[in-house]
Design a protein around this ligand. Sequence first.
Ligand SMILES: C[S@@+](CC[C@H](N)C(=O)[O-])C[C@H]1O[C@@H](n2cnc3c(N)ncnc32)[C@H](O)[C@@H]1O
Length: 388
Amino acid sequence: MSLAAEADDVKPVTTRSLSTVGVGSLEDWEERLAPAAAQVVVGDARSTGLADNSVDLIVTSPPYWQKRDYGHDDQIGQEPTPQAYVESMMECLDEWRRVLRSTGSIFLNVGDTYYNRSLMGIPGLLEFGAVQRGWLIRNRIIWTKDSGMPEPAKNRLANRHEYIIHLAFKSSYYYDLVGYSEYMGNGANPGDVWNINPERNMGSHLAPYPQELVRRAVMLGCPPQVCETCQKPRARVFERTDQLDPERPQARRAMELAKEHQLTPDHIRAIQATGVSDVGKATKFQNGTGRNSPEVQRLAAEAKAALGGYFREFTFAKKITTGWTDCGHGTPTRGVVLDPFMGTGTTLKTATKMGRDAIGVDLVPLMQEPEVPGEQGMPKRSVTQSNG
Ligand SMILES: C[S@@+](CC[C@H](N)C(=O)[O-])C[C@H]1O[C@@H](n2cnc3c(N)ncnc32)[C@H](O)[C@@H]1O
């Protein structure tokens, strides 16, 4: 058996079972949907006036505590204490939970503030408040930057990171880890540190919120299409192959060993059924999990004896997308991304470029016109006043 990673040698080894839905393509519907559009609402993030269950993902960067004064009576960020700021943000979370569909989630970009020479621990206070209200903190992503504003302090390090807190209120939130891992160029889970440097836009001004940050959040958390009837997001259907990434030396060694020991596709299937969690228990006594049949356990043990520490490489084998779930109700709509503190509209621009509809709410929206007339991504703009 050849384990070389040739494009035409892809052998699917597992098939995800889909008992209640069929599988279809995204492209079939994509052609029939209206172009992705952006809508701007002038209003407060705590009372957006948007309909219940109308949003798939929130990606946003609120004003940080005691940083920039936006000069508006209803602004968030200038509260006298961290506790009062957290209270305002909790009101936001209550509102956002109302507008999110049950499969929705939030990527919340927050930073901390020094006050009386101490960090106030704002991200932690927000997380604590959210958990108290029943939210699930799924990740605290560390957004690192190679450089930043010079800081005058002589007795502490300059701040070069912020947080992106990923919150959901049900464990069945939409999440496309397979698509994201593919985008990040590695079959494995790419981890919770994002190194993204500020982008230059709007002439000489530095954008505080890079498009790449939004891109990753949308890719992970916003379905491209959602059923209008049952509100189910269309989810990627994929199969695992026995193909490894030939760019990685460990993967190449794993393929060599598999060839040398004449491992079969059944061995690879057994490795994938047994999973990476068993590897830590060492090859000496490991013979598979109790969930697998004795034959799968035997094959996995044989494979472990042959591959040693390289066994785990086959649990990262490439996945191929075979379609997207289809509930069969007919025309879907585009997934919807909301930024309730839209500022200059980075979220809206990125989301529409990615084929999602987008809504921005702000007390004072600052969205610029597209730099290139007719630039793809902002085909429609409408501005409404929130009643909320
Ligand atoms: C940090 S900026 C957002 C930056 C944005 N991510 C961008 O790339 O331009 C925060 C925004 O929140 C808005 N804002 C402040 N308080 C608000 C509130 N209560 N409701 C809605 N927007 C608010 C401000 O007007 C400002 O535009």
